[in-house]
Design a protein around this ligand. Structure first.
Ligand code: 3PG
Ligand code: MG
Length: 408
């Protein structure tokens, strides 16, 4: 698989193509969080909307396709995309016609009657088993009446699904603007980065990020390890971690990562001071301890890194040109265990502004953590991707990206 170059990116971009009168299958990610029928975070809609609006204003007939949740090949009403249609219409400032399936006669008819500038939203792709199976027949049903394919769903491009990788081989395929922005930012962060590169990897478990850690050690100059997974590293080094969550069975793997890092000259920054509590709840009584110096009680749990650790991390960031961030430094959802995440995120935001630090963040909790610190709009780039961002950090080629590159 070739690495992605900027030449590839401009070749793949839909930005300069004449799309007037063309029917475009626009695969995006509308998998937004909802509670009680209300969208609680419109970020993904807002980030893909300009691409849809732009194509429509250039005279394209835009057929928007997306998945929602994991209905496993069946129609599940609570996972219909219908409630998303008004939000999409608002975001693109145009009417959106919803059609209650993604293949079949009704869909073909709706597409055939579109006029230039129309936007159609198809029902959840995953209501059909063929989507997740990457079924060729389903993909060609999706491609019926379609002139061009645009993938603007970087965050779903780790799935080798019919609407992601298979259809890209059936009609001329392009990258949408959000996809292009994600790929540009990610290339700048790890593929052709300005050095030194520092990575922050946090989160609960080493086991879910083993491949990420192994890949990063070989690529970055310094790796800051935070969150619950830092406990496993500390435990592996023989540090007393009291009752902290740790994957003790991962200790050997943790030591191997440390050894490999030493071999290639990747500096590893682990907590040197921590915030502990005996209960995991908001406002729990907590203490600040210096590791190797202060005593942890048997029922103390490490729930955050301390200020001396943040200072070490900031030292590394001060001389860095590039930062890749995935995962919080502590249990940031619950105060007072958000301190290290918030402080480090704010320092990174300041360095982004003052030093031109190329700060790129993504993955599950990360965006929520940056938002909690009030800096999600102050990073160089914040990805909309969860799982796809992680797989990219593992050094994998995402099937959706590979499909674009192969046919370009
Ligand atoms: C996401 O929410 O990360 C994407 O929409 C992919 O969803 P999936 O993990 O259900 O494939
Ligand atoms: Mg079709």
């Amino acid at each position: 698989m070739p690495t992605l170059s900027l030449t590839d990116l401009s070749r793949l971009s839909i930005a300069n193509l004449d799309v007037d009168g063309k029917v475009i299958f626009f695969r995006t990610d509308l998998n937004v969080p909802m509670a009680d029928g209300q969208i609680t975070d419109t970020t993904r809609i807002d980030r893909t909307a300009p691409g849809i609006a732009d194509l429509a204003s250039r005279g394209a007939k835009v057929v928007v396709a997306a998945h929602y949740g994991r209905p496993k090949g069946q129609r599940v009403e609570s996972m219909s995309l219908e409630p998303i249609a008004p939000a999409l219409a608002k975001a693109i400032d145009r009417d959106v016609t919803f059609v209650s399936d993604c293949i079949g006669e009704d869909v073909d008819k709706a597409i055939a009657t579109m006029t230039n500038g129309d936007v159609l939203l198809l029902e959840n792709l995953r209501f059909h088993q063929g989507e997740e199976k990457g079924d060729a027949e389903f993909a060609s049903a999706l491609a019926t009446g379609i002139d061009l394919y645009v993938n603007d769903a970087f965050s779903a491009s780790h799935r080798a699904h019919a609407s992601i990788s298979v259809i890209a081989g059936l009609v001329p395929a392009y990258a949408g603007p959000l996809m292009a922005a994600e790929l540009t930012a990610l290339a700048a962060a790890l593929e052709v980065p300005k050095k030194p590169v520092v990575a922050v990897v946090g989160g609960a478990k080493v086991s879910t990020k083993l491949a990420v850690l192994n890949n990063l050690v070989a690529k970055v100059d310094a790796l800051i390890i935070g969150g619950g997974m830092a406990n496993t590293f500390l435990f592996a080094q023989g540090v007393d971690i009291g009752a902290s969550l740790a994957e003790t069975e991962m200790a050997d793997q943790a030591l191997t990562i440390l050894k490999n890092a030493e071999k290639v000259g990747c500096q590893i920054i682990l907590p040197v001071d921590v915030v502990v509590a005996q209960e995991f709840k908001a406002g729990a009584a907590s203490r600040h301890l210096t590791l190797g110096q202060d005593h942890l009680d048997a029922d103390d749990m490490i729930l955050d890194a301390g200020p001396a650790t943040v200072a070490l991390a900031v030292d590394a960031l001060n001389s860095a040109k590039t930062l890749v961030w995935n995962g919080p430094m502590g249990a940031f959802e619950i105060k007072p265990f958000d301190g290290a995440t918030v402080d480090l995120a704010r320092q990174a935001a300041i360095l982004t502004k003052m030093n031109g630090l190329i700060s790129v963040a993504g993955g599950g909790d990360t965006v929520a953590a940056l938002a909690a610190a009030g800096v999600d709009d102050k990073f160089h780039y914040v990805s909309t991707a969860g799982g796809a961002f992680l797989e990219w950090m593992e050094g994998k080629t995402l099937p959706g990206v590979a499909a674009l590159l192969e046919q370009a």
